[in-house]
Design a protein around this ligand. Structure first.
Ligand SMILES: [Zn+2]
Ligand SMILES: [Zn+2]
Length: 257
């Protein structure tokens, strides 16, 4: 084990960790990785996560587009639990995200039928694109559907892959922990809560009063990217650093203004 290493100067990183690409059935078709990353750079964002519903198939293109735009991409997915609660799962690597996707696809295929056939999805939605924004195909799964993964198992699965778990739009009236369960069950170990309400933004949300409430855009169209954001005081852009900030550890923190 190595020591802590030389101390690096911390700075603020503006982050929007909840953006949907054209792979999400509800997102606009011009939400391609290239356009998203250029818009993110214009909006002054340093770190973004593309979190499509139950899929991460546009993330390789997004990683390349992010590199070109000078933005740091956190691989992510917005997974729907058995209880129909949306959960933002953030990963350190593309590999970890794709391992989670394998499990999610296996569950979706078990519930709604195999992929690769029309499944009530309108044609020309759920678009797979490359980093040049060229259409590579369409995902035929019911990506908007709930999986049969219980919330507690989902939180544990993301953590076991080294990921960070945030309850999506936790104070919203649909597909949230409060709308579906009415409360945050004891022992459900969310790292943070995404909050929509203006007044709530600095309040810790869980029963222990520890996990921070963050604001992200949940953008489904280009103009919304970065409209809501959270700044983090970090040494560098990485999920490891963000995880420390969520615990307010070692001088890292989420900054609310
Ligand atoms: Zn959602
Ligand atoms: Zn969303």
């Amino acid at each position: 084990m190595t020591g802590p290493g030389p101390k690096r100067k911390k700075r603020l990183f503006a982050a929007d960790l909840h953006i949907h690409s054209c792979l999400s059935p509800c997102a606009e078709l011009d939400m391609t990785p290239g356009r998203i990353m250029r818009r993110a750079a214009e909006a002054g964002l340093d770190i973004v996560a593309i979190a499509d519903h139950n899929s991460c198939e546009n993330l390789e293109a997004a990683a390349r587009a992010a590199g070109e735009a000078g933005v740091f991409l956190v691989p992510a997915m917005e997974i729907t639990s058995l209880e129909e609660v949306h959960v933002l799962a953030l990963f350190d690597t593309l590999e970890a995200a794709f391992r989670m996707q394998e499990d999610v696809y296996r569950r979706l295929d078990g519930l709604y039928g195999e992929g690769d056939r029309p499944n009530g999805i309108p044609p020309f939605r759920q678009v797979l694109v490359n980093e040049e924004d060229e259409v590579m195909g369409f995902n035929r799964r019911l990506l908007a559907g709930a999986t049969d993964i219980r919330l507690s198992s989902l939180v544990a699965a993301v953590h076991s892959l080294g990921g960070v778990v945030i309850a999506s739009h936790a104070d919203r009236g649909s597909f949230s922990i409060t709308s579906q369960l009415g409360f945050v069950p004891e022992g459900l170990d969310f790292d943070a809560f995404e909050l929509c309400g203006e007044k709530e933004k600095q309040k810790p949300f869980n029963h222990r009063g520890q996990a921070p409430g963050l604001r992200f855009s949940d953008a489904h169209r280009l103009e919304d990217i970065g409209r809501k954001r959270t700044s983090f005081l970090l040494e560098e852009a990485s999920l490891r650093e963000i995880a420390l900030a969520l615990k307010a550890a070692r001088g890292r923190k989420a900054v609310f203004d």
